[in-house]
Design a protein around this ligand. Structure first.
Ligand code: CU
Length: 133
């Protein structure tokens, strides 16, 4: 009986820890950019909510956090033809930290995140924003 109780407690603890993880949708995002990458390959936000993002650039050059419109992705390189496909973007100078807000898209799904600074997308600087209903 004791063993079962311990097992139940452990299961509960695991569930609690899992749900408190960084992977669930949140209206508060913390993003750190370094030269040519984001600190996560996936950020998750609730649909239609106002999101507060604290974004830090620890790199030596300017970086951007560009969210593409639903279903639209960048081709081989980020160019002028992609400008119309931007949902929202922020630019951060090297060494700078900004706190910005934006409204999450109303439709659930995956949105491509890229850096629009020339050559950075090609260098692999991209991520994903999951919008959850
Ligand atoms: Cu960049």
């Amino acid at each position: 009986m004791k063993k079962l109780q311990i097992l139940a407690l452990l299961t509960l603890l695991t569930l609690m820890l899992t749900s408190c993880g960084n992977s669930g949708p949140s209206t508060k995002l913390n993003v750190t950019m370094t030269d040519f990458k984001y600190d996560s390959m996936n950020y998750s936000v609730p649909a239609g909510q106002e999101i507060t993002m604290k974004i830090k650039n620890e790199g030596a050059v300017e970086h951007e956090f560009v969210i593409m419109k639903p279903g639209l992705t960048v081709g081989e390189n980020f160019g002028p033809e992609d400008e119309d496909n931007i949902y929202w973007e922020v630019e951060v100078a090297p060494g700078e930290t900004k706190t910005v807000t934006f409204t999450a898209p109303g439709d659930a799904g995956d949105y491509q995140v890229v850096c629009g600074t020339e050559g950075h997308f090609m260098a692999g600087m991209q991520s994903n924003l999951t919008v959850v209903k």
